[in-house]
Design a protein around this ligand. Structure first.
Ligand SMILES: Cc1cc2nc3c(=O)[nH]c(=O)nc-3n(C[C@H](O)[C@H](O)[C@H](O)COP(=O)(O)O)c2cc1C
Length: 192
């Protein structure tokens, strides 16, 4: 079973990447395969709201053949996701929001084969500038509910770090992230 990490920050060695990588490290330590993708490494256009994805005759996810293709293909190939976003102006980052919008192709689909794959479980990882606050918790809840309610995924953990510490030096948080990654092995045993 593969665990796919998706990072919505351009900083490969930033706080969010550090947190997501630690979850993947935990998963790898118990024998799971891992893969890490940074949204900003790919040329991805915003959703055009053309609604072509809702056309029953249209068979691929999106009319825009761009960098989202690798994410659509990778998501189909796993049941375990770790999605990380920094907090930007009290929201998920622009990269993360664009990624979310491009998953719209899976919404409002009458046939199961065009919907988001079933049985996907996910961990969320957020990092912010100040101490994690009720605002950050609100963003986390917003993103969790969009992923769970719109795509039927099940959340199995939320991690929150701060650049103030920073994450690479926050041993308690890194330990928590590592253990969350290890736990994915138990979760993977319950997957169909
Ligand atoms: C454009 C921008 C907006 C930000 N807005 C907020 C914010 O509203 N609240 C906050 O706590 N931190 C904010 N930050 C700080 C980042 O969330 C924080 O430094 C985060 O750890 C960066 O993640 P990264 O190292 O993975 O890029 C902002 C940073 C940037 C670049």
């Amino acid at each position: 079973m593969k665990v796919l990490g998706i990072v919505g920050s351009a900083r490969h060695d930033g706080n969010t990447a550090c947190l997501v990588k630690k979850v993947l490290e935990g998963a790898k330590s118990v024998g799971l395969d891992t893969k890490l993708l940074y949204i900003s490494d790919y040329q991805i256009e915003p959703c055009r709201a053309c609604m072509k994805c809702k056309d029953p005759e249209f068979s691929i996810e999106c009319v825009q053949e761009d960098g989202m293709r690798i994410f659509y293909d990778e998501i189909k190939d796993t049941k375990l996701l770790v999605i990380g976003s920094p907090i930007y102006f009290q929201q998920i980052s622009g990269q993360t929001k664009m990624f979310l919008d491009r998953l719209f192709c899976y919404v409002l689909q009458p046939t199961p084969e065009k919907r988001f794959p079933k049985g996907v479980k996910y961990i969320l990882a957020f990092t912010c500038g100040g101490a994690p606050s009720s605002t950050v918790n609100g963003v986390a809840e917003y993103f969790r509910s969009r992923l769970s309610d719109s795509f039927g995924m099940e959340n199995v953990g939320i991690l929150t770090g701060t650049a103030g510490r920073p994450v690479a030096k926050d041993e308690a948080l890194l330990e928590q992230a590592f253990l969350k990654g290890k736990d994915l092995s138990k979760i993977s045993c319950t997957l169909p």
